[in-house]
Design a protein around this ligand. Structure first.
Ligand SMILES: Nc1nc2c(ncn2[C@@H]2O[C@H](COP(=O)(O)OP(=O)(O)O)[C@@H](O)[C@H]2O)c(=O)[nH]1
Ligand SMILES: [Mg+2]
Length: 677
């Protein structure tokens, strides 16, 4: 089916025409019928000659009821524009047309009514000329009389052609059903009606009622007074809701699908008019769908871009069209605007507003994931979905999506931070990822881990750091000793001199103490690859393991610990931890009878590489033993976020965790909150 709204000046015959086309009474209220004046929206439907069903939303034409008119026109794809042959172009003809243009409706038809009372020619020419300059463009015109019935067959044919040309919306599109009526039926409970522009609603489905985000299950569904199991947009639907008290829903609220909309009070928009935003009144009415709220406008730069602070939170997508109106102005001020961001970042720095205006001014009407990521740097995949934007890339960590440029900047900054930390405290094990997360202002530690895992982090140029044993530290530098305090470097040189003649006579604890090599210093020297530390107090030269392997290769295989100790010319204090180290490194294999054999034909040759002074089989991930410890990825389950709604974190520059409580993904409200309403 299709839904078409009427439009046009009061008393030009809109309601009479809908009545003539459908046989239904669009003026629902007794007061409307008594006064012969449409005050609120009316609904009627019929079958066209070709069998297509079409519903009409009949709007009031009186200037006092323009907000009602906007609520009717907001969600529909097409209009039946009405001008009276004997009335001609009138103020609300112009105002309604401006509204249609602002909302961006592209399909319509002109009916010149009351053509039994005057020549329809002049009114037709006048109206077509004005309509042609709007989003409707060139439309067909039909002269009709609701009284004589003249022209009605031609109008039905024209409607059939119009409906056939309308685009078919995506049945899988996110559901947003703007409520235009709400009432309760004895025995059934709460019912809301609305125009479903796209997507599908079905019996049993759970939706959320904005702005409370209270869950509402569809208990009953009707389309054009007939019960249906499901309805696909475009459709007029009446929905019987479970879980919503009668009296709660109201026009302007919406039923939305969880996770697919952003509920927001703060939006960045671009006006369709060429007028600069500076001329915008600071207080405006904002209309979208059947909703109406107040908006305070802040120009972003001196172009057509503005930030709007809304009095009420609305479920919006990037790319939505909104209508802005200044009810206080003497003339009619109606402006259309495109929503460019539904969770805009704070404008903290000087000049940020103008910069945002320049950036957003160049965005397309339907901003892409790339556009939004360039602006936000990082976004959760779920947040992007809730913005109505399709994901075009894989996450960098968890469900985080990143702008490539921002990611590269973060990598460089992380390298700097890690290097600075190592310089400040050369003997430290490294920087904890949590500290790096805070320093970078990132919202999630998994991002730091992903930055460290990124192959570019290990690259030959620029950022060089790694995550090992749970700490971030600079990648091995060519002159490792220079990374140590001079005293420690000198002590290490002394140890290595001791070992030059007797490579397996590890210095005794007393000797280490005399040299000033405490546990921290030894650990730092080992990390720098200057010493091999096989036990707390047992240090050897970095190449001790391959050297030992060459000697042990000459023994009959397998060999005992005593044989190995003798061959290496050392004590049990050194031999046992060294052999255990070689077991771990895969150089030797320990048998059940405690004897060992060399695993490799030529130790130190193929299949083994030095890493940070340690030998590791090449098949291990870089970083050796520490790398094996799988980085615990914090699996952030997007489902779990749906249970507790939280603010979308918008990220910008270093202050990446700026939280905007002004927007959040539409997720069911907590049940404790639900009781409150
Ligand atoms: N003679 C004649 N009167 C009409 C025609 N259409 C509407 N009217 C009358 O015009 C008045 C206003 O019509 P209505 O449908 O309420 O206008 P609306 O305010 O645009 O909905 C009513 O008195 C109608 O009976 C028509 O085609 N011919
Ligand atoms: Mg009317």
């Amino acid at each position: 089916m299709q839904v078409i709204a009427t439009a046009g000046h009061v008393d030009h015959g809109k309601s009479a025409l809908v009545r003539a086309l459908t046989g239904m009474e669009p003026d629902r209220w007794a007061e409307e019928r008594r006064r012969g004046l449409t005050i609120d929206l009316g609904f009627a439907w019929t079958k066209l000659p070709g069998g297509e069903r079409v519903a009409f939303v009949d709007v009031p034409g009186h200037e006092r009821f323009v907000p009602n008119m906007l609520a009717g026109v907001g969600p529909v794809p097409a209009v039946l524009f009405v001008v009276a042959a004997d009335g001609g172009w009138m103020p609300q003809s112009a105002e309604h047309l401006a509204a249609i243009d602002a909302v961006g409706i592209r399909h319509g038809l002109l009916a010149v009514t009351r053509s039994d009372l005057a020549d329809p020619g002049p009114a037709t020419r006048q109206a077509l000329d004005r309509i042609a300059r709007t989003s409707l463009g060139a439309v067909s015109a039909v002269a009709v009389s609701a009284v004589t019935g003249a022209g009605l067959p031609e109008l039905r044919d024209a409607l059939t052609r119009l409906v056939a040309a309308l685009p078919v919306p995506d049945p899988a599109a996110p559901v947003r059903l703007w409520v235009d009526r709400s009432f309760s039926i004895r025995g059934s409970g709460t019912v809301v009606t609305g125009t479903l522009p796209a997507g599908t609603v079905s019996l049993g489905q759970e939706l959320l009622l904005t702005p409370s985000l209270r869950p509402a299950r569809i208990r009953g569904l009707e389309s054009m007074n007939e019960p249906v199991g499901s309805a696909t947009g475009v459709a007029r639907v009446a929905v019987n809701l479970r879980g919503i008290p009668a009296g709660l829903p109201a026009r302007g609220m919406a039923l939305v699908e969880a996770g697919r909309w952003t509920l927001t009070r703060l939006i960045d928009v671009r006006l369709s008019s060429r007028d600069p935003v500076m001329s915008l009144p600071p207080e405006l009415s904002l209309h979208v769908g059947s909703a109406r709220t107040r908006a305070r406008a802040r120009p972003l730069g001196d172009g057509p871009v503005a930030r709007l602070m809304l009095r009420d939170a609305l479920p919006l997508h990037v790319g939505d069209r909104v209508l802005l109106r200044d009810p206080g102005s003497a003339g009619v001020t109606i402006l259309g605007a495109t929503v460019l961001d539904v969770a805009p970042p704070a404008l903290a720095r000087r000049g940020a507003a103008a910069a945002a205006g320049r950036e957003l001014g160049a965005w397309p009407e339907r901003p892409s994931a790339a556009d939004l990521l360039r602006r936000h740097g990082l976004l959760r995949s779920g947040a992007l979905t809730a913005m109505g934007v399709a994901r075009d890339r894989e996450p960098v960590a968890g469900d985080w999506l990143a702008d490539p440029e921002r990611w590269a900047v973060l990598r460089r900054r992380l390298a700097e931070i890690v290097a600075a930390h190592a310089k400040r405290d050369p003997l430290a094990a490294g920087m904890a990822p949590g500290a790096a997360r805070a320093a970078l202002g990132l919202p999630d530690r998994a991002l730091v881990e992903a930055l460290a895992r990124d192959p570019q982090a290990q690259g030959a140029h620029g950022a060089q750091f790694r995550l090992e044993d749970g700490y971030l530290r600079p990648a091995a530098v060519p002159d490792a000793a220079s990374s140590l305090p001079p005293k420690v470097a000198a002590a290490v040189r002394a140890v290595l001199a001791d070992l030059a003649d007797a490579p397996f006579a590890a210095p005794e604890a007393g000797r280490l103490q005399d040299l000033g090599l405490d546990q921290r210093a030894i650990a730092a020297a080992a990390r720098a690859g200057l010493l091999l530390r096989v036990a707390e107090q047992v240090v050897l030269a970095p190449d001790a393991a391959p050297q030992a392997a060459r000697i042990l290769a000459r023994l009959p295989q397998p060999f005992t610990t005593a044989q190995a100790r003798q061959a290496l010319g050392t004590t049990r204090r050194v031999a046992i931890p060294l052999l255990e180290y070689m077991d771990r490194a895969g150089i030797t294999q320990r048998l059940p009878d405690d004897r060992r054999r060399l695993r490799l034909r030529s130790a130190g040759g193929q299949g083994v590489r030095a890493s940070g002074g340690r030998l590791t089989p090449a098949s291990w991930p870089r970083g050796g033993a520490g790398g094996r410890r799988r980085l615990r990825r914090r699996a952030r389950n997007p489902i779990s976020r749906r249970v507790r709604p939280g603010p979308i974190r918008s990220s910008r520059h270093q202050a990446m965790s700026v939280k905007t409580t002004t927007s959040r993904t539409c997720t069911p409200m907590a049940s404790s909150q639900a009781e409150g309403r």
